[in-house]
Ligand binder design. Structure first.
Ligand code: NDP
Length: 336
């Protein structure tokens, strides 16, 4: 088996040398244990800020879809597919009842996936998993969207953003997206049916919103933070709602030399805005409702998704760093 150990805390942009590739014998499966083999490993932006809290010398954190190849546990049989926080490793031997999610140090049993009916199992890491629920619950619970309102989402061609925009359309909103290339902008308009989309690298955000939302923005789903978010917030309408999902623009910043952004307080005050941050695990108690809803949208042909698939365990670093270079369209996953 192979695994990537988190060897050094990141300084700025993560480097390959911050990880160490370890090869080792897969231990024998003892009573109560299961051997899982990774099929797909997820790379996600949260791994960058979250890594500050993990100890060096441990397996790098992350979610994966894995298959049971040997089982001495009554709840898991050979051939079952699970989704679990096993980290960046090809093989995992453990007692599933004792598995701990390193993100919150709470027990977290590997979840046996139902039959996806032809939909790729990798979607358990994307549209039918954590990013899908981030989009669905973050938008519906925190942005309080009403039909006819204007929704802005940035990081709009990514795993979460592309779903936020499409769910916004399903709910009857006028949807405006920002993404980092002309190809992504084309995808937003043509495949995902966004009403307007802009390349934030070549178009001034405030100008874009003057054109596309002259009356102002009601709902803002923020994946990016920083200067772009301040500009969007300055274009909001009275009583607008902001869901703060992520701030990827600053994840690689030096905390001692942060990027400065215009203050948002005047807009917050005079437009009487509501801004709320969230971690998607807030909705663990209704997790399967989000998955079921997104699956239904897919089956109805209303929700489309892309994946950027990197082939091979050793590509995992490239996949991870690609997130900060805008390399991925939709969910970035590594096929093992
Ligand atoms: P994405 O699939 O959106 O991948 C990251 C994308 O971010 C890139 O493709 C790139 O697209 C964009 N990006 C990278 N750097 C910058 C930058 N400096 N400025 C603007 N855009 C940038 O990732 P996810 O969909 O998985 O995550 C999106 C956001 O949601 C992240 O901030 C993440 O941390 C957050 N998140 C939060 C959760 C929560 O519970 N709060 C749960 C899951 C995700 P482009 O080409 O457009 O620049």
């Amino acid at each position: 088996g192979k695994r990537f150990v988190f060897a050094k805390h990141f300084d700025g942009v993560p480097k390959k040398s911050d990880f160490e590739l370890v090869e080792e014998e897969v231990p024998p499966v003892k009573d109560g244990e299961v051997l899982f083999q990774a099929l797909f490993i997820s790379v996600d932006p949260y791994m960058r800020p979250y890594s500050a809290r993990i100890q060096t010398g441990t397996t790098m954190i992350g979610e994966q879809v894995a298959r049971v190849v040997e089982s001495k546990h009554p709840g898991y049989k050979v051939g079952d597919n699970v989704v679990a926080y096993f980290g960046w490793r090809t093989h995992t031997v453990l007692n599933p009842d004792k598995n701990i999610n390193p993100l919150d140090n709470k027990p977290s049993k590997p979840y046996i996936l139902p039959d996806f009916g032809g939909v790729s199992l990798s979607t358990a890491l994307g549209v039918l998993g954590m990013p899908g629920n981030t989009a669905y619950f973050g938008l519906t619970k925190l942005c309080e969207p009403k039909p006819g309102e204007v929704l802005v989402v940035n990081g709009a061609a990514g795993a979460v953003g592309s779903l936020v925009g499409q769910i916004g359309k399903i709910l009857g909103l006028r949807v405006i997206g920002f993404a980092g290339s002309d190809d992504k902008v084309k995808l937003l308009k043509e495949k995902y049916n966004f009403d307007a989309a802009f390349n934030y690298k070549t178009k001034d955000v405030t100008e874009a919103l003057k054109e596309a939302a002259p009356e102002g923005v009601d709902c803002f789903f923020d994946n990016v933070g920083g200067v772009m978010s301040s500009a969007i917030i300055s274009c909001m309408k009275l009583y607008g709602r902001i869901a703060v999902c992520g701030s990827i623009s600053a994840y690689n910043d030096d905390p001692k030399k942060p990027t400065l952004a215009p203050i948002i307080q005047p807009s917050m005050i005079f437009k009487q805005l509501k801004m709320e941050g969230f971690v998607v695990s807030r909705w663990l108690n209704i997790w399967q409702e989000g998955i079921a809803q997104n699956l239904q949208y897919i089956k109805e042909g209303k929700l489309k998704y892309e994946e950027t698939v990197y082939e091979g365990f050793e590509k995992i670093f490239d996949a991870f760093i690609g997130l900060f270079k805008g390399e991925n369209t939709g969910k970035a996953v590594v096929k093992i």
